[in-house]
Design a protein around this ligand. Structure first.
Ligand code: DQA
Length: 145
């Protein structure tokens, strides 16, 4: 089983960026710990982060035929990007949407996601644990199919 962990804009700043909302772990620390978790579950995990919408779209297209499940924190593109939604629909790869913060307890403009209604699952408000829970769910659901 091949999983792609995908992170959108400003998530490269984790650890420094608004730590009261997003925690103090850096993205590389999170990726390391999710990768260790994936190894224990005997699944392969690739990671890609970009601040550019087109680069994320290209990475989703490259996943076609190679990746079984995507775990995706689209960052602020959550609330704006029909193009990323269409990219996920075009490859038809099941994906889990993850947010470190509880987007529903924040500004109104964060309450709408262009992804949640087409996601296999949505995890928010649990910090980096959300990535681990998404990985557990992805592997459990994939193996039961
Ligand atoms: C986020 C929530 C988004 O609203 C925000 O723009 C982010 C991070 C989260 O992980 O909580 O960049 O996706």
């Amino acid at each position: 089983m091949n999983i792609l962990l995908l992170n959108g804009p400003n998530l490269n700043m984790l650890g420094h960026r608004e730590p009261e909302k997003y925690g103090t772990e850096t993205l590389s620390e999170i990726v390391k710990s999710v990768s260790t978790h994936a190894e224990k579950l005997a699944v392969s995990l690739d990671h890609f982060q970009s601040n550019a919408e087109h680069a994320l779209i290209d990475r989703i297209h490259q996943a076609f035929g190679k990746i079984d499940v995507i775990i995706f924190n689209p960052g602020a593109f959550t609330h704006t990007s029909i193009a990323l939604r269409d990219a996920l629909l075009s490859v038809a790869i099941p994906f889990y949407e993850v947010h470190l913060s509880n987007i529903y307890a924040r500004e109104n403009f964060r309450h709408h996601s262009f992804f949640s209604d087409i996601a296999a699952g949505v995890l928010f408000g649990m910090g980096s644990l959300g990535y681990h829970l998404a990985l557990t769910a992805a592997v459990t659901q994939y193996k039961s199919n």
